[in-house]
Design a protein around this ligand. Structure first.
Ligand code: PEP
Ligand code: MG
Length: 589
């Protein structure tokens, strides 16, 4: 068992300070969770081990029989070796003894025993034995996967508020978390705008990602503090540190309630210009949070989350019900729905028989929809049917060529015609737009402007594609920045083109929710921002502290800079001048 306080630094992605016991989610490939078993649970732990071993034996027997039938007896021999090992008492007995005597969990007993055997094979020094060592490790992963398959179960059956520690979480795992039981998250991998981080922000669970090997430093049941503002994680804090963080926690909640007072004030600059603040949502019930935080409506509805949290492909009726309920909850306020943004880190890779080598540059978003027409049409039918119930706009994600937009529109028009023929009601004048989130779309904004009603700038992707920096990779997170002059140049180009062409333009990437960017975005000409609902009060506070003249002067100044550092320093200084309060330590930078 590890002991002593440790501190780990990561990337803060969802604010707030929480403290609680850790639940470490394992990953057979990368990390084996470690916990001390209570004396009265040792028999249960041995039973867990035996069940996992039995399940692995059954899987292998099926594989052996199938291989023998399809390829032949020789090819199936390897499974004979695996099966023999899994039933060999000289390997299994020490695992059981280890659980009882050292009180370790089954995963640790399995991993250590297989590792020892693999080392023994390797020490024999021949090619044949080192192949055997690989087989042993393969078997190790198979048994561990059986044991760790229970992780989802453990998450679903938590009995006390806990802090989830994982190597990596998928957006759907995060979206499916019970907020009353999961109070904080820390992961080894991830960046500020990876979708898991976006979901953690949306459901307001303090979260730190991109931590250096946090999994290896925490054991199940350890006390952990997560500081979602600074990105610090304290493992096994001493009494003094706990007390200090409790004071910080108190400060944070005072700050939050102070901000809540701003929520219902008007979103208007000191010189009277109204800035529309909309919410980014993933699920209909988040509309409530948009209103509670003083938002005017929904500027980005990420519809793919219905797919991510469902165990089957959502039907037209299920999609329609979700969209209609969102529109009804909005009571006439605006709603921009985005067609499915599946692919990359969302949904399709986990299910693909052959995962893509470069999924963020692969078959994602509109590209995926154009290659899966029935799926796309089903969604468009659901969207159009919902449009009969309130104001709705629709936009396509990740459009990179005008041809793609035209193809999408053709399918859209087909669906409109089908609905008309069936006599189904929909809004025939529903505005159609695109997300501008690839450099090509930004550079060709002029051409796109002739064919759409609106642009919504998606900086999360625009940054990653402009700078060639994976938005979810913690190793290059220091290179990922909305303050990059190249990105700002593209944003400026799109806003200007839109204005000249009479096309509406808003911005819905995460920078819209970061206070240091607010004045710059207004200065660049944006009058509508869509952001995570919980940040609306803070952004409103900045808007109410500044003037258009000041924002435009700032945008001009920043436009002449050639380094991201210079831009950031200037934005920070200006924000400090107009709203020192927002620097109380909770401004995302
Ligand atoms: C974006 O890319 O900026 C965006 C809003 O879309 P998402 O984060 O869902 O990719
Ligand atoms: Mg995007």
């Amino acid at each position: 068992m590890r002991s002593g306080m440790q501190s780990v630094k990561g990337i803060p992605v969802s604010p707030g300070i929480v403290m609680g016991r850790a639940i470490v989610l394992g990953n057979a490939e990368t990390h084996v969770p470690r916990r001390i078993i209570e004396s009265d649970s040792l028999d249960l732990e041995v039973a867990r081990l035996d069940t996992a071993l039995q399940a692995a034996v059954e899987d292998l027997a099926i594989l052996r029989d199938r291989t023998e039938a399809q390829i032949g007896r020789d090819a199936a021999k390897i499974f004979g070796f695996h099966l023999g090992l899994l039933q060999d008492p000289t390997l299994l007995a020490p695992m059981r003894t280890r659980i009882i005597t050292d009180r370790v969990n089954a995963e640790v007993a399995v991993a250590d025993a297989f590792q020892r055997l693999a080392d023994q094979f390797r020490a024999l020094g021949s090619e044949m034995f080192s192949q055997k060592a690989n087989d042993v490790l393969d078997l190790d992963r198979r048994v561990l996967a059986k044991l760790m398959g229970e992780d989802e179960n453990r998450l679903a059956t938590l009995t006390e508020p806990s802090i989830v520690i994982a190597h990596e979480l998928t957006p759907s795992q995060t979206a499916g978390m019970d907020r009353t039981m999961v109070i904080g998250i820390a992961t080894d991998l991830g960046g500020r705008t990876s979708h898991t981080s976006i979901v953690a922000r949306a459901i307001e669970i303090p979260c730190v990602v991109g931590c250096s090997r946090v999994m290896g430093r925490v054991a199940d049941g350890d006390m952990v503090i997560i500081d979602g503002d600074t990105g610090v994680i304290i493992v096994r804090p001493d009494a003094r540190t706990l007390a200090e963080y409790r004071i910080q926690q108190e400060r944070f909640s005072v700050y939050r309630s102070m901000l809540r007072n701003t929520a219902q004030l008007e979103s208007v600059t000191k010189d009277g210009t109204r800035i529309q603040l909309l919410g980014n949502i993933e699920f209909p019930h988040e509309v409530e949070s948009v209103f509670a935080n003083g938002g005017d409506g929904v500027g980005l509805y990420r519809t793919e989350f219905l797919y991510l949290t469902s165990d089957h492909e959502p039907t037209e009726e299920e999609q329609f019900a979700a969209y209609k309920s969102t529109i009804e909850l909005l009571k006439g306020r605006p709603c921009t729905i985005r067609t499915l943004d599946l692919g990359a880190d969302k949904y399709t890779q986990q299910r693909a028989s052959e995962p893509e080598r470069n999924p963020f540059l692969g078959l994602r978003s509109i590209r995926y929809c154009l290659q899966h027409k029935p799926l796309f049409k089903t969604q468009l039918r659901a969207i159009l049917r919902a449009s009969a119930f309130g104001p709705l706009k629709v936009m396509f994600p990740l459009v990179s060529t005008v041809m793609e937009l035209r193809q999408a529109r053709l399918i859209f028009n087909d669906v409109c015609e089908e609905l008309s023929e069936e006599g189904v009601r929909y809004d025939p004048n529903i505005p159609v737009g695109i997300m501008v989130e690839t450099p090509s779309a930004a550079l060709m904004a002029n051409a796109f402007a002739k064919e759409v009603s609106f642009f919504s700038i998606g900086t999360n992707d625009l940054i990653q594609y402009t700078l060639a920096v994976d938005r979810g990779n913690e190793r290059v997170a220091h290179l990922y920045s909305g303050a990059s002059p190249a990105v700002l140049y593209l944003v400026k180009t799109v806003v200007r083109t839109a204005r000249r062409s009479g096309v509406e333009c808003s911005l819905c990437g995460e920078v819209a929710g970061e206070a240091i960017y607010t004045m710059l975005l207004i200065g660049l000409g944006l009058r509508t921002l869509s952001l995570v609902p919980s940040q609306i009060p803070l952004i409103k506070r900045v808007i109410r502290s500044t003037t258009i003249e000041h924002c435009e002067e700032l945008a001009r100044r920043v436009g002449s800079f050639d380094s991201e550092r210079q831009v950031l320093n200037t934005l920070r200084d200006e924000l400090r001048k107009v709203d020192p309060g927002s620097f109380a330590g909770w401004v995302a930078e």
